[in-house]
Each structure stands twice: as C-alpha cells, then as structure tokens.
Design a protein around this ligand. Sequence first.
Ligand code: PDD
Length: 291
Amino acid sequence: MNAYLNGQYLPRSAAMIPVEDRGFIFGDGVYEVWRAVNGRLFETDRHLARLTFGLRELRINAPDIVRRDVLDEVAEHLLTDSGLLDGEATLYVEVTRGVAPRTHQFPAAGTKPTVFATTNRFLPPNDVRARGASAITAPDVRWLRCDIKTIQLLPNVMAKQAAAERGALEAIMIRDGVVTEGSHTNVLGVLDGEIRTHPLDNLVLPGITRAVVLEIARALSIPVREESFTERDISRLDECFLAGTTSDVMPIVRVNDRPVGSGTPGPITMRLFKEFRAHLDASCAAVSASH
Ligand code: PDD
C-alpha cells in the first residue's frame, strides 16, 4: 500500500482519480515533497506551512492532511508499508481543488479537495555531487506566482528536458537577465566572498533547503546576501550551487559548457553540504529518539 488517496491506503497502481479532477483538467492544485531519513520526515512544519500558504493563496479548502498529526500518520503508514523506514525516501503530497464538471471558475462550495500521497525510495546523487554538476540557462517563462508550489510545472518540465538533452542536471532560469531559480531547485552563488541568491518574492519558490542552508551559512559566519545576481554574473562566480529537497546542496561546476570558478566543487559549497547533511541526519535521528 504505497499510496494514500482521499483517506484510503491502496497500491499506487490502484490509485485512480476521476477524469474531471481539476488537477488533471486545469493543473488546479498544489504539492509538496518531503525528504525522509530512516522513516522520519525532515522539516515537517516548514513544508506544511508552505502547503497551507499555497492552499490559502489559491483558495482551496485545507484538507486534514495539512494537520501535523494527520500528515505524520499518513507518512508513517506509507513509509512502513513501502519498507522505507530505513535509509532515504521522499514523501509526495498533492492537493487539488477536487472533482467537478469542467468550468474555469471554482466549483460549488463543498467540493472536496482531492488528496494524494505516496512515498518513493530516494538515492542521494552523491557521485554527481563529488564531480560537480553542469547546468544550462533557460528563459523563465513561468507565471508571476512562483512562490506557490503549484502542480502546473510545464515551464519547469520544458526547462529540465532542455537541460537533460544537453547532458546537464539542471536548468537555471533567467527572467529579465536575472537568475531566479532552477527547474526544481533554488540557485545560489558565491560572489565576492558572499553567498548570493534571489530574495524571497513572487518570482521564486521559498525553498526549505535554501532556508536551512542560509541558516547554516549564517551560523558559520559566511556572509549571505539575499540579492539576485544576473546571467552575466555567472561568469564571475567563485562557486555556484543548487539547494533542494532532492538535491541537498549540489555544486554546479559548468554552466552552458563554461566552467564556473575553478570548474570543481567549491570549498564553501562542500562545507555547506557537509553541515547540511549532518543537520539532516541529526534532525531525523532526534525525532526518532522520541518514538
Ligand atoms: N522541487 N524551486 C523550485 C521551482 C522547486 O520545485 C523546488 C523543489 C525548489 C526547492 O525547494 P525545497 O528545498 O523546499 O525542496 C525550488 C521539488 C523537490 C520537486 O518538484 O520535486
């Protein structure tokens, strides 16, 4: 039983949604991805807060799964049934506006949101990290509410596909000459001794990994400036890295086939990765001790 759909546990292959689900018809929904280590979710509350924010912004009634106790129960059930209490996994949760005849405006009040959750084994990309990854740049053609984690990911899908076709791990998106974020990661640079990244506004997702990494950097007295840098600045970066739930901290050593900095994973990046990984392991272990 590795799927949860509207209150029921079932095999993922048996989890079906009606064709009139607004997620299917309109991309009318939001999602979250958690990291789980040894059966424990990382940063449960921050992901829940972001999910709640997205639902509120889209005026979708918040289902029970946004409650910490319900989420914990669903996660534990899925992780247990899937044999994922050891090692690394992800939990995916999606909420849509529910099932209703197709019309753009909201359906009748009382239409129940669709709630789906599933878990997957996760293999941290440690080999790529050791070598450093490459990225391309791609125009950021998304709407102007990139702060909401909606399931409408077509621009992200197209950008990531373009990267894959060029043998790159990520597409760094550019809006008006400015680096916003990756197709599924936040993008950070080291420039003139400071960590630089796009500030939190409507143009980027407020990444949980980004937030934790910036906290770690500040604790290590590494200067942080939440100010965007431009596509042209990429050639002057000392280091570049991605932050995301399925990337942790990932050095980017080439952008558009040109080396970034030394062309190898940078010292600040790898120090942040080490500290982040230790924090991830420690916080998942700490929760499990109370069990
Ligand atoms: N992606 N920016 C975008 C556009 C994202 O989709 C994500 C996450 C991030 C990083 O956020 P966080 O650190 O909270 O994971 C930034 C998820 C993992 C995904 O779509 O699979």
